[in-house]
Design a binder for this molecule. Structure first.
Ligand code: PLP
Length: 439
């Protein structure tokens, strides 16, 4: 007999599975109550996903993506039609002149580092218009001394902090732009900070302002975690480069490695000559066997991003209701897929990550511990039972072990999995007595 009958019995059955997965009834019911209040928001997210899905499929059609594009190449990779077509697809999706989308770009930090190192020269100055950049970029820039940093190559750095209440400080930006300022970087997502994520509209305004102060300055946007959350990308508003990782949103959970730089022909050409070699540029770089995942991942990305976004909103509403600080809050507009929850308690941070890990499809039985992760200046605890190690478009959570003990939660290839993960995080908090009562 089928166990999946309609109505109440089915609901019972789902709850029974949750219970056998270790989620107590009170946690499940609390989650259901929160979910009922989110119907309309989830519909809006689905509409954005539809828009972006169509935008991507249109780019596939326009560039005549064919079966031959999926074969890939080995060796030098000359004339790899699949690689070259994929780069045209990316350029179309992000509305840029050109794109570099390669498995040889190993991660987001590498993509950003490549974009910076190839477009700056000794004597130039880099300005961050959005405050302190992502932790790993501190070593790229030389804010923390490191071998091979921009600083070692005689490229200086200046920083305009965001306003205390969030948002760009245009006066500070104007005062930091000088005749050596060559490139301005803007980080869309909050990274490991408890600041607001910047929306495409805010970024567009800032770019307009920066170019009015110094027309020939290049603007790069660190687009990590922001892709396809909104209908438009910062590259549609004058960013010379948008840069990100394929094991986040645009890889759709399928890309096993890779990064992208979409931008002006000049910026992308500079990056290509740096990635491979002067004289070789985009002509070499075998795609090996990854093109099917790159194409299919991009194709799936809008819906995968929507699932992650719903998970983030679900988590925000759960933890907000329980009295924790959440950023963004339960009702505000979203510009990336990251959800921060601040616990002011290392025990709760650890419990949260362990709950996420316990819900993972892979390595659900391991217990996350804090560790000294390369590129970060304090210990970090991470939950990531992923198909692709380190992929943070998959359900994952991490947080530096330092006050205020915030966890940064992101991903979920499907919403049902994100939902289960969040219920599991709550279950672990309840077990550790970090939550008093569910209401
Ligand atoms: C993830 C991330 C990076 C770095 O990407 P990795 O793939 O982890 O190297 C840079 N900037 C932001 C805002 C990010 O979220």
């Amino acid at each position: 007999m089928s166990t999946f009958v309609c109505g109440k019995e089915e609901t019972m059955k789902v709850q029974n599975i949750y219970e056998s997965l270790g989620i107590r009834k009170e946690v499940y019911e609390f989650g259901e109550e929160i979910l009922r209040s989110l119907k309309e928001r989830f519909e809006e997210i689905d509409e954005t996903a539809e828009y972006n899905q169509l935008k991507i499929i249109e780019a596939f059609h326009r560039n005549r993506v064919s079966e031959a594009c999926l074969y890939g190449s080995r060796g030098y990779g000359y004339g790899d039609v699949g690689r070259d077509t994929l780069e045209k697809v990316y350029a179309d999706v992000f509305k840029t002149e050109d794109a570099l989308v390669r498995p040889q770009i190993t991660c987001g930090t590498h993509a950003l580092s490549l974009a910076l190192m190839s477009n700056l020269r000794p004597g130039d100055e880099l300005l961050s218009a959005a405050g302190k950049p992502y932790d790993t970029l501190e070593e790229v820039i030389g804010i923390r001394d490191s071998k091979g940093s921009l600083k070692e190559y005689g490229i200086s750095y200046a920083q305009a902090d965001l306003k205390a209440e969030g948002g760009f400080d245009l006066n500070a930006i104007a005062s930091k732009i000088n005749d050596r300022t060559k490139l301005v970087t803007i980080q869309r997502s909050k990274g490991y900070q408890t600041r607001r994520t910047l929306g495409v509209k805010d970024i567009a305004e800032a770019i307009g302002f920066i170019k009015s102060v110094k027309p020939d300055v290049k603007v790069m946007v660190d687009n990590c975690y922001g892709e396809f959350v909104e209908r438009e990308e910062p590259s549609e508003y004058g960013a010379d480069m948008v840069v990100g990782s394929l094991i986040k949103n645009p890889g759709g959970g399928l890309a096993p490695i890779g990064g992208y730089i979409c931008g002006t022909s000049e910026c992308v050409e500079n990056a290509a000559y740096r990635l491979t070699s002067p004289g070789l540029g985009k002509e070499v770089g075998a795609s090996l066997g990854v093109l099917p995942q790159f194409y299919q991942g991009l194709f799936l990305s809008p819906v995968v991003t929507a699932s992650a976004l719903k998970g983030a909103i679900f988590a925000a509403n759960i933890y907000e209701r329980l009295g924790f600080e959440v950023l963004p809050d339960g009702s505000e507009d979203r510009h990336d897929i990251i959800q921060a929850v601040t616990f002011h308690d290392p025990k709760a941070l650890t419990a949260f990550c362990r709950g996420i890990q316990a819900a993972a499809p892979v390595d659900s039985f391991v217990t996350p511990e804090p560790w000294d992760m390369p590129g970060y200046d304090s210990q970090v605890i991470m939950a990531a039972g992923n198909f692709i190690p380190g992929s943070s478009i998959e359900l994952s959570a991490d947080g530096p072990i330092r006050p205020p003990y915030s966890v940064y939660f992101q991903g979920g290839l499907t919403f049902p999995h994100a939902k289960y993960g969040i219920l599991s995080s709550l279950e672990y908090l309840v077990r550790e007595n970090c939550v008093n009562h569910l209401m």
